[in-house]
Design a protein around this ligand. Structure first.
Ligand code: F6P
Length: 342
């Protein structure tokens, strides 16, 4: 059995832990051979392969990024893309493919599975917005990085009587903002799921200044004000999956708060710092178990499935369960954070 492995979309801590687990179990327990496809779907599309054996996966468990590299290539946007992929898989003697990715990469995997490709998916994204699984790996690391930043910002904000606005990643879902905001003791958390009222935000800011402490506002990059408008800066370009590049809400919010309350405000954009570097123990554990179970699914011929965490069990669910609909922050969970606003 020859198994191809690829990592697609935005990188996240834990990708290497998945690759290592897949390869180590696949070789040791099942006697499989592996082919690494470089740069996400570009690999099988353009036949860019790298050797993938035990030697290649030694020492990579704690390393961020992905030894297979990544891209946001969408083969369904390229004429003849799917046929090219099928041809290249056949040319490399690939019997099954493990695709490690988020909504876009696994969305492609879902369609390819319907077209007869033997594919198994592993869900990753720091945004934690894939359905079907309790958590995706990478999320815990991102939350811890954001929490540490918030902890540090509290003291400098207090020294200067300033408002600090912390912009975190989260295009459609506010999971990073919610979890890091709760863990870091933020005074306001703004998420894409619930458009915010700038007047209410300013009231929270003023209320906080009546204490000895300073306000910390955690905002997802995809959060928007109720009145709409252009508070979220977007670059004109779309990626191959039709996403605009977000960014700018933190600066705009800080300026608006300063103008309205007269308090000095600063914005901190955590950006890709949340995606880089070494994974937490939880993410290494989750990624490793996803990898072990993904190669077991290949052995069982259980294609068209995605690994999912349910409680402490790793289960297999149809790929479409993970990619059909995004997992969003519910009003009930958001209300828990609201208890601490102001
Ligand atoms: O999809 C994960 C994510 O972290 C989003 O929250 C963010 O908008 C995006 O990646 C940015 O990725 P890049 O800068 O690599 O395009």
């Amino acid at each position: 059995m020859r198994v191809g492995v690829l990592t697609g979309g935005g990188d996240c801590p834990g990708l290497n832990a998945v690759i290592r687990a897949v390869v180590r179990r696949g070789i040791k327990e099942y006697g499989y051979e592996f082919v690494g496809f470089r740069d996400g779907w570009r690999g099988p599309l353009e036949n860019i392969t790298v050797p993938l054996g035990v030697d290649q996966v030694r020492g990579i468990l704690p390393r961020g990024g992905t030894i297979l590299k990544s891209s946001r290539t969408n083969p369904f946007k390229i004429e003849g893309g799917v046929e090219k992929i099928k041809e290249n898989l056949a040319a490399n003697g690939i019997d099954a493919l493990i695709a490690i990715g988020g909504e876009d990469t696994l969305g492609v995997a879902t369609k390819l599975a319907d077209l007869g490709v033997n594919v198994v998916g592993v869900p990753k994204t720091i945004d934690n917005d894939l359905s079907g699984t309790d958590f995706t790996f990478g999320f815990d690391t991102a939350v811890n990085i954001a929490m540490e930043a918030i902890d540090r910002l509290h003291t400098t904000a207090e020294s200067h009587h300033r408002v600090m606005v912390v912009e975190v990643m989260g295009r459609h879902a506010g999971w990073i903002a919610l979890h890091s905001g709760i863990a870091g003791g933020a005074n306001v958390v703004l998420v894409p799921e619930k458009p915010f009222d700038i007047d209410a935000v300013c009231k929270y800011v003023e209320a906080r200044f009546e204490t000895n402490y300073s306000p910390i506002i955690v905002v997802s990059e995809g959060a928007v004000p109720v009145e709409g408008g252009d508070m979220t800066l977007q670059s004109g370009e779309l990626d191959a999956f039709g996403h605009v590049r977000l960014g700018g809400i933190g600066d705009r919010l800080a300026k608006e708060i300063e103008d309205r309350t007269g308090k000095e405000a600063r914005a901190v954009v955590l950006g890709h710092v949340q995606r880089g570097g070494t994974p937490t123990a939880f993410d290494r554990w989750l990624a490793t178990r996803f990898g072990l179970q993904a190669i077991a699914a290949v052995r069982d011929g259980d294609f068209g499935t995605m690994m999912a965490l349910r409680g402490t069990d790793i289960v297999r669910v149809p790929l479409i369960e993970g990619t059909g609909e995004l997992k969003l922050v519910t009003p009930e969970l958001y209300a828990e954070a609201e208890v601490f606003f102001g």
